[in-house]
Design a protein around this ligand. Structure first.
Ligand SMILES: N[C@@H](CCC(=O)N[C@@H](CSO)C(=O)NCC(=O)O)C(=O)O
Length: 219
């Protein structure tokens, strides 16, 4: 009997996108269950009682939580397909370093760009650009962060491409001006079906942000 794979997800979540990409890179059939985060399902609360967050991968009834942990779990279980991490331990540590950097530096500061205004927003804009710059340098002239192989760092970061328009519009800046190499890299990633079929339209994400700002009385 084949594997039973279920993904508890939420369409605009960059963390959920990471897992969608990894599952598609490996050609794994899975059932996606969309969560309403304002009214979480009993399944989500049962499968991720600690954080009560998506994504959660449920593999043959067993939950795996935290997107980067899920992506690495997928790579370790479905070994027969293209690896998402290098085989060399040092190169693996390097990939994990930059995936962890993305987790620490991009989401929280990016959120401040659309969730604030005035001086706080201006400071957040400068900070998020400052946090993208080391990634621009790390990428350099490589095709992907791991060189020719699409992998963990690309999967960690590319979901935020679907938020670029929202960030640029709310923060009044231009990613192509600030980080041209990252924009070129993002377009290369979008040529992969695993990515283009996992990321929502940038304008749909922007509309979602505008709705969220209204709901949180942030506009
Ligand atoms: N470190 C985790 C973050 C998941 C997360 O923030 N999930 C959000 C949706 S995306 O912003 C979530 O589930 N929020 C609901 C809540 O926090 O109550 C990961 O990498 O999987």
């Amino acid at each position: 009997m084949g594997d039973d794979v279920v993904l508890l997800d939420f369409w605009p979540s960059p963390f959920g996108m990471r897992v969608r990409i990894a599952l598609k890179e490996k050609g794994i059939d899975y059932e996606s269950k969309e969560e309403n985060l304002s009214n979480k399902s009993s399944l989500l609360l049962k499968m991720n009682p600690v954080y009560k967050q998506i994504p959660v991968l449920i593999h043959n009834g067993k939950p795996v939580c935290e997107s980067l942990i899920i992506v690495q779990y997928i790579d370790e279980v479905w070994k027969d397909k293209t690896p998402l991490l290098p085989s060399d331990p040092y190169e693996r540590s390097h990939a994990r370093f930059w995936a962890d950097y993305v987790d620490k530096k991009i989401y929280s500061t990016g959120r401040l760009v659309w969730a604030t205004k005035g001086e706080v927003q201006e400071a957040a804009k400068k900070e998020v650009i400052d946090h993208f710059k080391p990634l621009e340098t790390e990428l350099g002239d490589k095709t992907f962060f791991g060189g020719d192989q699409f992998g963990l760092v690309d999967i960690a970061l590319i979901p935020f491409y679907s938020w670029f328009y929202a960030l640029e519009t709310c923060g009044n800046f231009s990613m192509i001006h600030e980080c041209p190499k990252l924009v070129g890299w993002a377009k290369r990633c979008m040529e992969r079906e695993s990515v283009s079929t996992s990321l929502p339209d940038q304008y749909k994400v922007y509309d979602f942000i505008l709705e969220l700002k209204k709901k949180l009385d942030l506009d």
